[in-house]
Design a protein around this ligand. Structure first.
Ligand code: NDP
Length: 310
C-alpha cells in the first residue's frame, strides 16, 4: 500500500496553510476537509482583522481564496472525514468515514473546534425550528422577528450585531455582569439600540412545541424569573476542539485540546503534528491558525528530511 508523505486532516486556515506549504515542498499532501469544508470561517460574516484584506473579507470568500491557493499547488483535496487512526508504528494509519485505509509518514491535524450547546432538552427538540448556532446561516429566516442570542464573547457580540440588521429586537443573554468580547465588539453591542443586554441571565427553558415561541430566563443574582416571546434562539457560547478520533493516541488537556511541545506543532507521537484551534485554546484566530499550519508543515518537512524520506 502506498505510504503518503503527509495527510492533512481539516480544511480551515490551519489545514490549508499546511497544505500550501507542504505542496510547495513537494510533499504531495492529501487534505481531508472533514464534514464542514472551510471550517468555522464558513459561518462568519465579515473578517476585518486578517492582514492582507484592507477592506475586510467575508469568511466564506476567504476560505475560497485559501482553497484556490492550495489547488494552484495541486493539493489533493478529499471531501471526506477521517474517523479513526492508529499511531502505533512509524507509519501512521488513518481511516476515512467510508472505511478506506490510508497510510502516511506524517499527519497534520487541523480539525478545529465546533460550537458548544447549552444542554437543555428544549434546545435539542427545537433544533432547526428556531434554535441555531449560526446567525449568519439562519438569521434571514427570522427577519422582522424578535430573537435572542446567548453568550458574552466575540461570537455572541458578532451574531447579535448581525441580527440587529434583520430584526427589530435582539435580546443578548449574558450570564455574568460583564462580557468577554473585545472592547470594540462590546461597544458595537452596547451602542446598538436594537440590542437589549440581559446581564446575569441564564436560560431555564426555550419555549415552544413545534417551533420556538419564547424563553424562560432567570437572573442569577435576584433569582427573578421571566418569560419573553421570541421566534429564534441563537447559541454562541464557545467551542469544543474536534479531537475525538485522536483521543486514545495524543496527549490532550482536560477540554480535549491537543497538547503540542511549546514553540512547535509536535505532539507526543513522532510524525504527528497539530495546528490551529484543535491545539489552541488561547488565541483561536484565523491568522494564528494559519501561522501554526505553516509551523506544522515545516515541522513535518524536517521530520521527513531527518528520516531520509525526502
Ligand atoms: P468565548 O469562549 O470567547 O466566549 C464564550 C461566551 O459564552 C462567554 O461569554 C461565556 O461566558 C459564555 N458561555 C459559555 N457557556 C455558557 C453557558 N452554558 N451559558 C451561558 N453562557 C455561556 O467564545 P466565542 O465563540 O465568543 O469566541 C471564541 C474565540 O474566537 C475568541 O478568541 C474570540 O475572540 C474569537 N472570535 C473573533 C471574532 C472576530 O474577531 N471577528 C468573531 C468571533 C470570535 P463567561 O464569560 O461567563 O465564561
Amino acid at each position: 500500500m502506498h505510504i503518503h508523505h503527509t495527510i492533512i486532516v481539516g480544511s480551515g486556515p490551519a489545514g490549508y496553510t499546511a497544505a500550501i506549504y507542504t505542496a510547495r515542498a513537494n510533499m504531495k499532501p492529501i487534505l481531508y476537509t472533514g464534514s464542514e469544508p472551510g471550517g468555522q470561517l464558513m459561518i462568519t460574516t465579515e473578517v476585518e482583522n486578517y492582514p492582507g484584506y484592507p477592506k475586510g473579507v467575508h469568511g466564506p470568500q476567504m476560505m475560497e481564496d485559501f482553497k484556490a491557493q492550495a489547488e494552484r499547488f495541486e493539493v489533493d483535496i478529499k471531501y471526506e472525514r477521517i474517523t479513526q487512526v492508529d499511531f502505533t508504528g512509524p507509519v501512521h494509519k488513518l481511516w476515512t468515514e467510508s472505511g478506506e485505509l490510508l497510510q502516511a509518514h506524517t499527519v497534520i491535524i487541523s480539525t478545529g473546534a465546533s460550537a458548544k450547546w447549552l444542554g437543555l432538552p428544549s434546545e435539542q427538540r427545537l433544533m432547526n425550528r428556531g434554535v441555531s448556532a449560526c446567525a449568519v446561516c439562519d438569521g434571514f429566516f427570522f427577519r422582522g422577528m424578535e430573537v435572542a442570542v446567548v453568550g458574552g464573547g466575540d461570537t455572541a457580540a458578532e451574531e447579535a450585531s448581525y441580527l440587529s440588521k434583520l430584526c427589530p429586537k435582539v435580546h443578548l443573554l449574558v450570564r455574568k455582569d460583564q462580557m468577554r468580547a473585545s472592547k470594540i465588539m462590546q461597544e458595537r453591542v452596547l451602542n446598538n439600540p436594537v440590542i437589549e443586554v440581559h446581564w446575569n441571565t441564564e436560560t431555564l427553558e426555550i419555549l415552544g412545541d413545534e417551533e420556538v415561541s419564547g424563553m424562560r430566563l432567570i437572573n442569577n443574582q435576584t433569582q427573578e424569573i421571566k418569560e419573553i416571546p421570541i421566534k429564534a434562539f441563537f447559541i454562541a457560547i464557545g467551542h469544543k476542539p474536534n479531537s475525538e478520533p485522536f483521543e486514545n493516541w495524543l496527549d490532550m488537556d482536560e477540554m480535549g485540546y491537543i497538547k503540542t511541545i511549546p514553540g512547535t506543532s509536535k505532539t507526543n507521537i513522532p510524525g504527528v503534528f497539530a495546528s490551529g484551534d484543535v491545539q489552541d485554546r488561547v488565541y483561536r484566530q484565523a491568522v494564528t491558525a494559519a501561522g501554526s499550519g505553516c509551523m506544522a508543515a515545516l515541522d513535518a518537512e524536517r521530520y521527513l528530511a531527518e528520516k531520509g524520506i525526502i
